[in-house]
Design a protein around this ligand. Structure first.
Ligand SMILES: *Cc1c(COP(=O)(O)O)cnc(C)c1O
Length: 369
């Protein structure tokens, strides 16, 4: 790759392919793969990622909100798309763009059936979400009979899948909890399948579910973070390649004398003559303010440069006193080394949060390394 000349997020489609192949190598031949591309494909570029995943053979996409599905449809992606978190106000766009809603409550079920009947739908695909312990979205086991009764009374919708979500699949100290969720989901699936006259697809495993609970693969798995290069585990991470590298450049270097301060609110007062580099990247770009005052760092010419002072909206200042560098030099914020996992751990966060926060104003550069 040529050196960065401004802030960019490089997205490596070969890394994506590596991750997809690793994840699907864990599956039985007929298990389907739903690629979770919500939040701009975890902060990368949902269209570029989805197009590559279509070529790789993904069977389904999942997004959180309908607008994310619209972006994919506008890019001519025809693969089925599950919308994980729709609201009644979204039904028009869902149906107009052939998106498939997750139905997680009687309010959504009743209103979607009413909408589907009003617009003369026939067997419109819906997905029933069950709560097996996460207590976030979903029907409970004892609601199955009433769900089936409502479904039997209409031809406007058809249950394409039934699913649940694991709350702690990456945490092996919560194995008992996860197995209980999986068993509850099994029971729900059996009851539901017995009541419907057809068999919906069943799915409940996210990335860590794929890795840790083969018995939870059912008919389809849903993976997000794994595709983007993280296995939620030190050993597993070796099998994945982070797809995103956040790079920037040094805009200016200041020599700051002992006793002078740097940045807003005099976030640091230096104790000795300090070389400070200013970078075009700030909290509006997804670098949390909590990385200020030495908590976060970037890498310049293979050396760690701590973020000193406070993170500004559009800039950070880093200490380069011990680093040989000049204005215009490339800076790595995170990537295949100095990973988003390591950087997020410094503020007790997770790569999911750091990746998805990277602002849309940062240019995405698609490559194959
Ligand atoms: C985000 C999400 C996923 C993906 O989880 P990963 O841990 O990123 O693989 C799967 N299922 C649901 C319901 C989700 O909300």
């Amino acid at each position: 790759m040529p050196k960065a000349t401004e802030t960019i997020l490089e997205i490596d489609l070969n890394a994506l392919s590596n991750n997809y192949k690793y994840l699907t190598s864990k599956l039985k031949n007929n298990t389907k793969f739903m690629a979770v591309v919500k939040a701009y494909a975890y902060g990368s570029d949902s269209v570029a990622i989805a197009k590559e995943l279509v070529n790789l053979g993904a069977d389904y996409f999942a997004v959180a909100y309908p607008i994310e599905g619209v972006i994919l449809r506008d890019a001519a992606i025809q693969t089925p798309i599950l919308v994980l978190h729709p609201l009644p106000v979204n039904f028009d766009v869902i149906v107009n763009r052939c998106l498939e809603p997750s139905i997680y409550s009687f309010k959504i079920l009743d209103e979607f059936i009413a909408y589907a009947e009003k617009t003369n739908q026939n067997n419109y695909p819906i997905h029933l979400k069950f709560n097996t312990g996460l207590n976030r979205l979903g029907f409970t086991e004892d609601e199955i009979s009433l769900i089936s009764k409502k479904l039997a009374a209409t031809k406007s919708v058809k249950v394409k899948s039934a699913f649940s979500h694991l709350g702690a699949s990456e945490d092996l100290s919560e194995k008992e909890f996860s197995l209980k969720q999986i068993n509850t989901f099994k029971r729900i699936s059996e009851k539901l399948t017995a009541e419907l006259v057809y068999k919906p697809l069943l799915h409940c495993a996210n990335t860590s579910g794929i890795i840790n609970y083969p018995e939870a693969h059912f008919d389809m798995v849903r993976s997000g973070i794994g595709l983007y290069g993280f296995g939620n585990d030190k050993v597993e991470n070796k099998n994945f390649k982070p797809i995103a590298t956040l790079k920037t450049v040094i805009s200016q270097i200041h020599t700051v004398k002992k006793g002078e301060s740097i940045g807003y609110n005099r976030g640091i007062i230096v104790e000795k003559t300090t070389q400070s580099a200013t970078l075009p990247l700030g909290h509006a770009d997804g670098i949390p303010r909590s990385y200020g005052k030495g908590k976060g760092w970037v890498v310049i010419n293979n050396k760690k440069a701590p973020i000193h002072g406070n993170v500004c909206m559009d800039m950070i200042m880093v200490d380069v006193t011990d680093i040989e560098c000049k204005e215009g030099d490339e800076v790595i914020v995170f990537g295949s080394t100095n990973t988003a996992e390591e950087l997020s751990a410094a503020i007790n966060s997770i790569p999911y949060e750091l990746l998805t926060a990277i602002s849309q104003r940062i240019k995405r550069v698609i490559c194959r390394k």
